[in-house]
Design a protein around this ligand. Structure first.
Ligand SMILES: *Cc1c(COP(=O)(O)O)cnc(C)c1O
Ligand code: SF4
Length: 349
């Protein structure tokens, strides 16, 4: 097992970047944080210029190009943040951003302007108190989504403290943790972390972010089995990424792998307009065709909802292929079929 990589010189030493690019890449990682966990570094094949793991985590000179449509806060979290650490965009749920740190930094991250070791790292005790007060004062909040950064980068002790304080708020029924840790840093899912999660009296969901089936090898399998055995419901989220998972075989293998590991595919995200990430984005029409092929050929258990978070803070909406059109119900070949309207009531079309 190798050490984590935090500097461009570490990447040069491992053969992941060319020495000639080092100066240009230094400037990039000054703006967008760099860290590659040992588990992911060990998966990268330096001889493969198109390695899908490298593409997600190794900085690229194209990140210096910010396009006019790209936004520092691509999904408009700022406009819906009533108080530090809270984003309240939908009535029954809030994001609680506990920290700005991740064990690994994704080159396409939608919060890339906010995450990294340079930022204010962990929500201060006063800010955490105020955020919990906000949740307590809003009885419509049914679900709290722990995010960041990566909440499983916290120590088990800190995480257990937050979970116990959420236990005291009766109207919160669900605590959801958005994390990449079981895949990218599986050794963090140790006995202490499982104990911390098990202290919660709420129904816990863990939303695992993974984008390529190779991320879900043996160590991830062990970590996910421990989480499932601890009674935590597991769902997935994946970002559709050019050169990583934008082909049918990879996407199908990823979704099947989730299901094999008891992780129910939840969301496939259209990549957000984060700065310097245009080389990752897939056009919406191409994306919809891929999602349609997945629906047509692969088990229903393996179907995530394809969503787009409308730039500017207007919310997530499904943007997958439509099967109900004015011409009737479309089958997987695009052929329309009539479906009779109910005998009573208004006709459908
Ligand atoms: C994505 C998101 C959520 C969670 O949305 P779900 O559709 O419930 O998964 C909640 N709040 C904000 C601000 C979000 O961006
Ligand atoms: S783990 Fe999540 S928050 Fe952290 S860099 Fe990756 S996408 Fe961004």
């Amino acid at each position: 097992m190798s050490a984590g990589l935090h500097r461009i010189s570490d990447l040069v030493a491992r053969g992941f970047v060319e020495k000639a690019s080092a100066t240009g890449l230094e400037a990039i990682v000054e703006r967008y944080a760099l860290s590659v966990t040992p588990a992911m570094a060990d998966l990268i094949n330096p001889a493969d210029p198109d390695d899908p793991i490298a593409r997600q985590f190794i900085p690229d000179l194209r990140e210096s190009e910010t396009r006019p449509e790209e936004l520092a806060d691509p999904i408009g979290d700022g406009a819906h943040s009533p108080i530090e650490g809270i984003v309240h965009r939908y009535p029954d749920r809030v994001l609680l951003k506990l920290l700005h740190v991740c064990p690994i930094y994704c080159r396409f991250c939608f919060r890339r302007e906010m995450v990294g070791p340079g930022a204010e790292q962990i929500l201060s005790p006063d800010a955490l108190n105020a955020a919990l007060d906000y949740i307590r004062d809003h009885s419509e909040i049914w679900e709290v989504i722990l995010t960041g950064g990566d909440p499983l980068a916290l120590s088990p002790r800190r995480l257990a403290d937050v979970l116990q304080r959420l236990d005291e708020i009766a109207h919160v029924k669900i605590v959801r943790i958005h994390t990449r840790v079981p895949a990218v840093d599986p050794s963090r899912i140790n006995a202490g972390m499982i104990e911390a999660l098990k202290t919660s009296k709420k129904t816990l969901y863990l939303a695992l972010h993974a984008n390529h089936p190779r991320e879900l090898g043996g160590a991830a399998e062990g970590a996910l089995a421990k989480l499932a055995e601890a009674g935590i419901a597991l769902v997935s989220q994946t970002v559709l990424l050019r050169g990583v998972n934008d082909d049918f075989e990879t996407l199908a293998a990823l979704m099947r792998r989730f299901v094999e590991l008891r992780v129910k595919p939840y969301y496939l995200h259209q990549a957000d307009l984060a700065p310097g990430t245009s080389h990752f984005r897939v056009g919406l029409e191409e994306a919809r065709a891929l999602v349609g092929e997945l629906r047509a050929k692969v088990s229903g258990l393996c179907q995530p909802t394809f969503v787009l978070d409308i730039p500017g803070g207007f919310g997530k909406v499904p943007v997958g292929p439509d099967h109900l059109t004015g011409a009737g119900v479309l089958d997987h070949k695009g052929q329309p079929h009539a479906y009779p309207a109910p005998a009573t009531g208004k006709p459908d079309f």
